[in-house]
Design a protein around this ligand. Structure first.
Ligand code: TRP
Length: 459
């Protein structure tokens, strides 16, 4: 058992914690992935199921993660060791550390794309957008090794810098600066969408339930984990910097609401643009829609010149507060478990992840071998695809299952009761939370895992 360091850093305020955690949650998952999977799964019904997954699975697990962190005042591996005599639980934490390496490696590459498109849009805004073939443009960009590594380097560099500056002086400060700007820009873009022709159709698409599919339900559940940064210990680590006085459930509910609101706003913005265009044939149904379709549509709209660079700057900011949290989980492990200095830990870990990320950066066409390897058969292709597949399908669900079982069944009820003692109003219903963590969450996650074993792939 590791004794909590007497000098453990804490968030400056409850508000700082909420913004940092919301910053972790809100990211490419909300703006890049959610609109795309919502479109693919037919809109309204998918959104409804997703909301249920957030409320019934995501929210209780987020509370559980924060309980582990705040109770132990330790990050993910040492947190389990501090709360249980059974050392095997540390494996759940270790899996989270591995997920941190895997996710950040490819996430930083995609995050780099957003900076590049920000630059491209500024160029198009000033120089004119002359019907560039965006598919070809994107293809050429992702297979250009130099550019891929360059933008990945910029993103990892900034991420390492912020994490090295510490919890309050780095992570919290960046979140407090960027999150309000991000929300301001989103509100502006949403107001602007209300003026577009496609707004009505976008709202109908999003909020009228239609067909329901089992695959869609599983995808919604998997995405609920990813978008709330659950299953790898990010909320354990952030929770470990939280003051004992602040309410856990009362804060988690705000984080979940902010994350959901922003995912829905991103849908409204993107679908209003898509549905405003006559020829929807030009909209390619691909995961790369953010880069292959959206710029063109922006330039078909009034004010597109101004809006499009602003939009990509927003996505880059959202991605940055998420990459910070991914690096912080791993950095905090080296600080808590091995007593490393924060700066040394952030730089060392950051450089290792940066190196794995280079393999991902080169695996979208720049290097033939890295782009085509299929160590798991045709479930995933290339290094980027492999890490994405492993983390979304296996590591996060298994980690989430471990966390739910640990807090639901193994952590003494007195401990979780004590952590939740300061809750107010509707969040005082301990029994409901415990029921969700003990039964509903494990059953739901087991369903994802069974689907994955049977060959379903989430990415
Ligand atoms: N939640 C972020 C997003 O939606 C990604 C992310 C950050 C994440 N930290 C995480 C996902 C930890 C899983 C675990 O883009």
């Amino acid at each position: 058992m590791t004794a909590p360091a007497p000098t453990r850093e804490h968030w400056g305020s409850r508000f700082g914690f909420i913004l940092a955690a919301a910053g972790s949650a809100i990211g490419l998952g909300n703006i890049w992935k959610f609109p795309y999977i919502t479109y693919e799964n037919g809109g309204g019904s998918f959104v409804l199921i997703y909301l249920a997954c957030i409320a019934l699975v995501g929210f209780p697990i987020m509370i559980s993660e924060i309980i582990i962190g705040r109770r132990s005042q330790q990050s993910t591996v040492s947190g389990f060791l501090a709360l249980s005599k059974n050392k095997w639980w540390a494996l759940v934490g270790a899996l989270g550390i591995a997920s941190g390496f895997a996710i950040l490696s490819f996430y930083s590459v995609v995050a780099g794309w957003t900076i590049y498109y920000f630059g491209e849009c500024i160029g198009w805004s000033f120089g004119g957008f002359d019907e560039t073939d965006l598919n070809a443009h994107f293809g050429a960009f992702v297979s250009n090794g130099t550019l891929q590594v360059l933008f990945h380097s910029i993103f990892m560099g900034v991420t390492i810098g912020v994490v090295a500056m510490g919890v309050k002086g780095g992570i919290e400060r960046i979140a407090k600066t960027l999150m309000p700007i991000l929300m301001g820009i989103l509100v502006l873009l949403c107001l602007n969408s209300m003026q577009t022709e496609g707004f009505g159709e976008a709202m109908r698409f999003l909020f009228t339930p239609g067909e329901f599919t089992k695959d869609g339900a599983l995808e919604a559940l998997g995405h609920a984990f990813f978008t709330l940064s659950l299953g790898m210990g990010a909320m354990i680590t952030y929770g470990s910097y939280m003051s004992k006085k602040d309410p856990i459930a009362g804060s988690a509910v705000l984080i979940c609401i902010l994350d959901t609101l922003i995912a829905l706003m991103a849908c409204v913005i993107m679908f209003s643009i898509i549905f405003s265009v006559e020829d929807k044939g030009q909209f390619t149904k691909s995961a790369a829609i953010l880069f292959t379709t959206l710029p063109q549509l922006f330039y078909d709209l009034p004010f597109g010149n101004i809006l499009s660079p602003i939009f990509y700057a927003l996505v880059a900011m959202a991605a940055l507060t998420s990459t910070i949290s991914l690096l912080e989980v791993v950095t905090a492990f080296f600080i808590d478990q091995l007593n490393w200095h924060r700066v040394k830990a952030a730089i060392t870990v950051g450089l290792v992840i940066y190196s794995i990320g280079i393999l991902c950066a080169l695996s979208n066409g720049a290097n033939a071998t890295l782009s085509s390897i299929q160590p798991l058969g045709d479930r995933s292709t290339g290094v980027f695809g492999l890490l994405d597949y492993l983390s979304a399908n296996w590591m996060l669900p298994v980690g989430g299952l471990g966390i739910a079982i640990f807090v639901g069944w193994f952590l003494p009820s007195e401990a979780s009761r004590e952590e939740l003692a300061t809750e107010k109003g509707p969040f005082r219903t301990y029994g409901l939370w415990q029921f969700l963590v003990r039964f509903v969450c494990p059953a739901a996650i087991a369903a994802i895992l069974v689907a994955v074993v049977l060959g379903r792939k989430f990415n």
